[in-house]
Design a protein around this ligand. Structure first.
Ligand SMILES: O=C(O)/C=C/c1cccc(O)c1O
Ligand SMILES: [Fe+2]
Length: 312
């Protein structure tokens, strides 16, 4: 089966807190490389692995991962709102294939997603409804989190199930790499915040705007030298990219949840999306990483990477 993978960091601060023009130009060039790669590969199905930031998944029920047979975006941070063009038949086939392989997959027939899903679809395809997609939520924020080996197993099972579809499948990862944005944490949260994280009542437009402004301000403070967050860790990020490039995916099984957070920040767990996508590609056969870009971008609170890979 023709298969490829693209990893793309997301940040809701893109276009709001931009870094120096030279940095932006380098990012634009890397994104153009990824777009050219995708155009040449010409996928007819995109399996999109992405996290959520308490817009679709809450502690009332928080699965480690969940595949959607339908999905709509909330439109946070200026991203598009509305339905994603989910390929429901492919999603159901993949879900069955994953369950058949012994992975306890949660399935959503109406998933709510945020910028984690919407941004890569907009950046790479020009909209959230342009390409047949199977959205797969991978929890990268809400502790407790299970071992990374389970995410690799999920990615492998989806890759194997996708190989049976006889489609041109692009496995797309959204998230990471090292970063520590002010996403709320349930442990120790004041009762009002804890209730919101558990119940997930939709915010009013005013509440949403206030929450988003808090994150934008955090990015500005961080770029100006605030040390409140765990620093972006380029060495850690490049170690991750090295393992992905060399196909050393089993190396991630020894990465611990606490160790990842300490070295690379509370949202570094978003790299689970990357590990899942590359495990999916690896399950279809050997691959080559064809492009790789990395830059630490404090204004976006992101160890920011773009990478493309294709099956041999
Ligand atoms: O607060 C949020 O919803 C998200 C914040 C954020 C900031 C920077 C990079 C990311 O990946 C984020 O999710
Ligand atoms: Fe994120």
């Amino acid at each position: 089966m023709p298969a490829a993978a693209v990893g793309l960091s997301h940040s809701p601060l893109i276009g709001k807190n931009d870094p120096e023009p030279e940095v932006l130009a380098r990012v634009d060039e890397a994104v153009e490389t990824a777009k050219t790669f995708i155009r040449a590969f010409d996928p007819d199905l995109v399996v999109l692995y992405a996290p959520d930031h308490y817009n679709g998944f809450f502690y009332k029920e928080m699965p480690p991962f969940c595949l959607a047979t339908e999905a709509h975006a909330v439109g946070d941070f200026g991203t598009a709102a509305g339905p994603l063009s989910v390929d429901t038949a492919a999603a159901k086939a993949l879900a069955q294939g994953v369950l058949d392989r012994g992975i306890d997959l949660t399935v959503s027939a109406r998933m709510t997603v945020d910028h984690g899903f919407a941004q890569p679809l907009e950046v790479l395809f020009g909209g959230i409804d342009r390409v047949p997609v199977v959205p797969v939520f991978v929890n990268g924020v809400a502790t407790p989190l299970g071992p990374v080996s389970r995410i690799r197993a999920l990615g492998t099972a989806i890759g194997e199930a996708a190989a049976a579809l006889d489609r041109r499948v692009l496995f797309l990862a959204s998230g990471g790499l090292s970063h520590d944005p002010p996403v709320p944490v349930l442990d120790g949260a004041p009762p009002r915040v804890a209730d919101a994280l558990i119940e997930g009542r939709p915010p009013t437009p005013e509440q949403r705007a206030k929450g988003e402004q808090r994150v934008v301000q955090a990015g500005r403070d961080y770029a100006a030298g605030s040390t409140a967050m765990i620093p972006i860790n380029p060495a850690w990020d490049n170690r991750l990219l090295d393992h992905l490039e060399r196909g050393e995916l089993a190396e991630f099984d020894s990465w611990t949840v606490d160790g990842m957070a300490e070295e690379a920040g509370g949202s570094a767990h978003e790299v689970r999306a990357w590990i899942a996508a590359f495990a999916s590609l690896a399950a279809t056969g050997p691959y080559d990483m064809t492009s790789r870009f990395y830059e630490a971008i404090p204004a976006w609170i992101a160890g920011f990477a773009v990478a493309t890979a294709e099956g041999r």
